[in-house]
Each structure stands twice: as C-alpha cells, then as structure tokens.
Design a protein around this ligand. Structure first.
Ligand code: ADP
Ligand code: MG
Ligand code: MG
Length: 263
C-alpha cells in the first residue's frame, strides 16, 4: 500500500534536519498519528526504524506504528505526541519549579536507563527531541543518531547538538554516559532557564564545554536547592568514570525526595 491509501495527511507538526513531520489520520480507524518523512538515500533510516522497534517496550519511547516506502521517501507513522515539544514548553515557562523539573527529569532518566539497558545510546538528547503527550507525559523521540552498542563498546565521531554535546564526544571515545551529560545540560535549563555552556562561536562553545565550571554561587543558583545542585554537579562531571549513571540518578536524594513532596 501507499501511505496515501491508508492515511489522510494533515497539518505540519515540525521539522528537523532531515525529517518533515505531519499529522495524519488513518482512513480505517480515524485515529491520528504523526508521520515523519525521510528522503531516500539516507541509509540511516533503516537504523532509526530498527532502533525504534527494538525500544518498543517502553511507554517513554515514541511508538513506531508502521513504515511506508515510495520512490523518493520513507514514511514513519508514529504515535502522535499532541503536547508538542518540551522545548516549546520550556520557552514558555522560563524555568520550572523543582517539583516539576524533578518529575520530568525522572521520567527522562527512566527512558534513558531503558535505552542503555537495551544497548542503545541516543546521542541527541535535547528538548527538541523530547515530546509530550496530551496529558503532559514525556516521550523520547528522534532515534536518527542513535546507535546500538555491544557491552563496553566505544563510539567515536562527533554527533549530537553543539550545546548538549558531552566533552568526551568532542575529544574522542565515548559511550552511554554522553546521554547523561546531555540530560544534565537539559536539567540545568529546567532549573535556571538558561543553557550551562554558551559561546559566540562553535569553537568558544566547545571550549566552554571542555573547561568551564559552573559557578553554583552565582545569583541564579540561590533559589535552587542543594540536592538539585549536587545532582547536576554529579552529572556535568567531565571525568566519565566519575559521572553518575541513569540508575544512580534515579536513586539520588533530589529525585527521591522531590517525588514524595507535594507541589
Ligand atoms: P529530525 O530527525 O529531523 O530532527 P524529529 O524526529 O526530531 O526529526 O522530528 C522533528 C520535529 O517533528 C520534532 O521536533 C517535533 O516537533 C515533531 N515531531 C516528531 N515526531 C513527532 C510525534 N510523534 N508527534 C508529534 N510531533 C512530532
Ligand atoms: Mg530531532
Ligand atoms: Mg533525527
């Protein structure tokens, strides 16, 4: 079947480096989905599809429903995340209450832990790739840069988005902990509303990532709790071996404590 036989295309939902994403509706059931169209010749499409199928056992991963192929493109019919991107919610909110930040961050860590347990490194954790359901639950999307790695296997080669990239990715060998760093960059933005590492040029940004330490005594940190700062410090640790894992993040006091307190 062609995709036009089975679905009616709707409004545009978003656009990334390669993908154009539209809403679509099943002609059979009337149910709504998101359709990501990727041009052919992109060999990574097969990998993206394969990894999404491999990770289908977790509610926090965007579900791949079906795949169509025509002369020019692949069409990935996915679960629709009608709450949009976490990115846009963050732009609206500025910074989050610690309770809300911890709730989102815990859910993100649960998905990342699942990916890592399944032998996958996402490599592009950022709020443009974290989507929200109608009820505000997060879903990890965009496995276009994701890699399956065997136990202890090491990756090389720059991948990801400049502001979120881990220092070891800039230098050489890396693995799953690169995702933890990127999530830490996101946590920084959730807590204080700005990205931790910035620069006027890519060079300056990468230099900051490799060497700039966060000043937790600065004014913007005064209203942030000590456990939150402690967790962020353990995540944005340049020494990969010392950086905490997804599992350790999930048992950190800030995550455990915030969960038990009411807003
Ligand atoms: P790219 O690989 O090109 O970055 P993404 O998979 O990140 O493509 O999708 C691009 C954008 O499309 C996302 O940032 C989001 O705005 C939108 N989008 C992607 N998948 C969905 C989905 N399942 N539901 C709703 N919007 C989506
Ligand atoms: Mg993307
Ligand atoms: Mg992609």
């Amino acid at each position: 079947n062609k995709i036009e036989d089975d679905y009616v295309m709707g409004e545009a939902l978003g656009k990334g480096k390669f993908g154009l994403v539209f809403m679509c509706r099943s002609k059979v059931t009337g149910a709504e989905f998101a359709c990501k169209t990727l041009p052919k010749g992109e060999e990574t499409v097969h990998k993206e599809v394969e990894i999404m199928q491999h990770l289908s056992g977790h509610l926090g991963v965007v579900t791949l429903h079906s795949v169509y192929e025509d002369a020019e493109s692949f069409h990935l019919v996915m679960e629709l995340c009608s709450g949009g991107r976490l990115m846009d919610e963050m732009t609206k909110e500025g910074s989050y209450s610690e309770h809300k930040a911890a709730t989102i961050f815990k859910d993100l860590m649960l998905v990342i832990q699942y990916c890592h347990d399944m032998g996958v490194v996402h490599r592009d954790i950022k709020p443009e790739n974290i989507l929200l359901t109608a009820s505000g639950k997060i879903k990890l999307a965009d496995f276009g840069l994701a890699m399956r790695i065997a136990n202890g296997q090491i990756l090389r080669g720059l991948a990801g988005s400049p502001a979120y990239v881990a220092p070891e990715v800039l230098i050489g060998d890396y693995g799953q902990k690169a995702d933890i760093w990127s999530a830490g960059v996101l946590l920084h933005a959730l807590l204080v509303g700005v990205l931790p590492f910035q620069g006027d040029s890519l060079e300056a940004l990468f230099e900051a990532i490799k060497s700039m330490n966060i000043d937790f005594h600065s004014e913007k940190w005064q209203s942030v709790s000590k456990p939150a700062r402690d967790l962020l410090e353990r995540i944005l640790t340049r020494d990969v071996a010392a950086r905490i894992t997804a599992e350790e993040v999930l048992s950190h006091p800030w995550i455990l404590y915030t969960e038990r307190t009411l807003k």
